[in-house]
Design a protein around this ligand. Structure first.
Ligand SMILES: *Cc1c(COP(=O)(O)O)cnc(C)c1O
Length: 382
């Protein structure tokens, strides 16, 4: 049987046209037409003002925090339930991350925990320089509750939209809620440039500054002059060409991801002890990854055991992100929980199912059957 992947690169067909054009015009590096076009395609799609394509999502967050003036000794609030790349750039800048729990309705940042963190750090006289709000697995965080809390303390938000390109929250596209927002085009994301990212904002001046910093902060002089520290973070014209082709089929990919989710729901949602990540009211969840929870009081097989069973069938599944406050590398950091510790619960009970857009209906049926057998074989009898 062919391997079934969690989420693998899926070309649409136009990518090579853009890449070939780069070869034909020798715009291999550094910048060029594809980069500008890719930025336009993404900013048009999410309906925002300006974008700067960068070499990765991680680079995009590093650049964003730097643009907001985060520096050594500062505090930055950050979602705990996420991939480490949402927090690492805080550390690159010498700042101190403070982790905020999720709630089980959205799986994203808990407004209650955020409010408590602000109260406490206000009391300490150490308000954060920024808040990194992550949109997990294709769904926006509850921005109407989170943003006013940050506004009250006048602290800017960086929206980690690495997993949520195409998601909608109350009529607005994911990636338009932060003072700066960023996407990732890593190989497993909903579209890919093989590796890449983009920062976007409604503030064109901020993106202009980002562009300068991403290209070694060269001043606009005839010679090499530098008044601030820069990075080499721009996306190459070749990678951007892949991105242009991918943006032509973004809606098809979202549709397919949601189709995969619906088929899993059909097979598995009625099984006692299984619950899927909710799609909250007034949001459009792309279902980049279909994720579920196994209630341990009902189901006696663990996510780890299911992952192993699937792996023996050449099928890739994953744990939900291990929260940052549980990571050895961040063991000294402060943490505000929702009460109970929801991100810990979601980590322990959560499972990411293969959600690869190459999957056939037969593949989804096969994965579902394996999970069904594993779970039903061990449901506690009444
Ligand atoms: C993938 C991802 C990133 C990092 O993006 P890269 O392009 O891999 O550097 C950041 N945050 C989250 C939540 C991600 O899933």
């Amino acid at each position: 049987m062919d391997k079934i992947y969690l989420s693998s690169p899926h070309m649409g067909g136009d990518e090579l046209t853009y890449v070939n054009e780069a070869f034909d015009t020798n715009w291999i590096a550094p910048l060029g037409k594809n980069v500008t076009l890719f930025e336009k395609k993404v900013t048009d799609f999410v309906n925002t003002t300006a974008g700067c394509a960068v070499s990765s999502g991680t680079a995009g967050l590093h650049l964003s925090l730097d643009l907001l003036g985060v520096k050594r000794g500062d505090v930055v609030f950050c979602s705990s339930l996420t991939f480490a790349a949402s927090a690492f750039p805080i550390t690159y800048l010498g700042a101190e991350p403070v982790f905020i729990d999720s709630d089980t309705e959205t799986w994203n940042m808990s407004p209650a925990a955020l409010r408590r963190a602000f109260k406490e750090y206000h009391r300490l006289g150490k308000l954060p320089k920024a808040v990194v709000i992550v949109n997990l697995y294709g769904q926006s965080a509850d921005m109407d509750k989170l943003l006013p809390i940050c506004e009250k303390y006048n602290v800017p938000v960086v929206e980690d939209a690495a997993e949520s390109l195409g998601a909608v929250y109350k009529g607005k596209m994911s990636g338009t809620f932060g003072r700066l927002s960023f996407f990732s085009f890593n190989g497993n994301k909903i579209i890919t440039t093989s590796g890449g990212g983009m920062i976007v904002s409604s503030d064109a001046g901020l993106i202009e500054h980002g562009l300068k910093k991403a290209t070694q902060a060269r001043e606009d002089t005839g010679y090499y002059e530098h008044k601030e520290i820069g990075y080499n973070y721009r996306l190459s014209n070749i990678s951007a060409g892949i991105g242009c082709g991918q943006m032509n089929i973004i809606n098809e990919r979202i549709e397919k991801k949601r189709d995969i989710f619906k088929r899993y729901i059909r097979h598995l949602s009625h099984i006692p002890g299984i619950s899927f990540m909710p799609e909250t009211a007034d949001t459009f969840h792309t279902r980049w990854l279909t994720t579920l929870r196994l209630d341990p009081s009902v189901v006696k097989v663990t996510p780890a055991e299911i992952i192993n069973i699937l792996q023996s069938e050449n099928i890739e599944a994953r744990h939900v992100w291990k929260p940052m406050h549980m990571q050895p590398v961040y063991s000294g950091c402060d943490y505000f929980e929702h009460g109970p510790d929801c991100s810990k619960i979601l980590f322990e009970e959560g499972l990411c199912l293969p959600s690869d857009t190459h999957m056939t209906h037969g593949d989804i049926d096969r994965v579902s059957l394996i999970i069904k057998e594993a779970v039903l074989g061990t449901v506690l009898s009444e």
